[in-house]
Design a protein around this ligand. Structure first.
Ligand SMILES: Cc1ncc(C[n+]2csc(CCOP(=O)(O)OP(=O)(O)O)c2C)c(N)n1
Length: 292
């Protein structure tokens, strides 16, 4: 979304807090990410009347409750699909999805590639705590094999997936990674994502002290490595090299990749112009084309 086009306002980070109390456990990394979101919204001066915050199901998926904006708490794993529809229906709104690794990559795994390859004009912030928190600790697609949980008391049989490689290879046009213990970095990356026109994906490591006993704050501190300042984020190959750092036990932190491509709503507007001769994109006009 081109944020400059948004009707700006001036609000302090804490003014983006809704009246709903935050119910996450003390020490949960999700608090740091939420603070990063408040800060990013304030720095950009986003008017809550011009923003939609959507989520699936999970602790992280409770985020829209805590932000002043239009919001929708959708079905488990389906936030991306609903957000795609919402963005197409209201292309002038800023659309942000928040959710967990379980919501996004287990049950929602079938939707993630399509937001990326279609370049849907929205921001997806994934709270990556390597576990299902809300349902009290089951193995997730980003869990390390040595993590023991109720469903895997002897550790897991699978290798964790690499969300950054996944998003880069499916065509996301903004890919970044942060850590909840660094809310200022999170705010910068989320700010860049919200300003970006196209599908922006921000993976943020978030400790779950209640259920994930191995991915501690210290573990993430040792894991993340700031991306060097001279990294050329316009080069996909370089971004892929950085994303593969996980194989050597180091996770890149910062902006890996950013490029400019037409978005789904722009391409649909072109099609509407070709088919119906409409100048401006309007969902009602597309629906009219198919009315008997
Ligand atoms: C269709 C369906 N299947 C399963 C569930 C149970 N469920 C709720 S949240 C969740 C996973 C949450 O984990 P994650 O998305 O990683 O978020 P976190 O709670 O860790 O922030 C599951 C399996 C559900 N609500 N709906």
């Amino acid at each position: 979304m081109s944020i400059s086009a948004l009707h700006k306002t001036e609000m302090k980070p804490k003014e983006y807090k809704s009246e709903v109390p935050v119910v996450w456990c003390p020490g949960c990394g999700h608090h740091g990410i939420l603070n990063g979101i408040y800060r990013a919204l304030s720095e950009l001066g986003v008017d809550p009347n011009n923003m939609m915050s959507l989520s699936g199901i999970g602790c992280s998926s409770r985020t829209p409750y805590f932000i002043k904006s239009y919001k929708m708490h959708t079905l488990h794993g389906r936030a991306g699909a609903v957000a795609t529809g919402a963005q197409l229906a209201q292309p002038d709104q800023l659309v942000m999805v928040t959710g967990g690794d379980g919501d996004g990559f287990s049950i929602g795994g079938g939707h993630m590639p399509h937001m990326a390859r279609k370049n849907v004009n929205l921001t997806y912030v994934l709270y990556d705590n390597g576990i299902y928190g809300l349902t009290k600790g089951q193995y997730s697609p980003t869990s390390r094999p040595e993590m023991t949980a109720y469903t895997t008391p002897y550790g897991g049989p699978d290798e964790p997936m690499n969300p950054l490689l996944y998003m880069l290879t499916y065509g996301a046009t903004y890919v970044a990674q942060g850590f909840a213990g660094k809310p200022k970095v999170c705010a910068e990356l989320i700010k860049g994502a919200l300003e970006h026109k196209g599908f922006s994906y921000v993976n943020i490591f978030s400790q779950c002290p209640t259920f994930n006993k191995i991915d501690t704050v210290q573990y993430y501190r040792d894991l993340v490595l700031e991306i060097p300042e001279d990294h050329d984020h316009s080069r996909l190959g370089k971004a892929i090299d950085l994303a593969r750092g996980m194989e050597n036990g180091k996770a890149p932190m910062g902006l890996l990749y950013k490029t400019d491509k037409p978005t789904l709503d722009e391409k649909l507007a072109d099609i509407v112009a070709k088919v119906g001769g409409h100048k401006d994109y309007d969902l009602n006009k597309i629906v009219d084309l198919y009315r008997p």
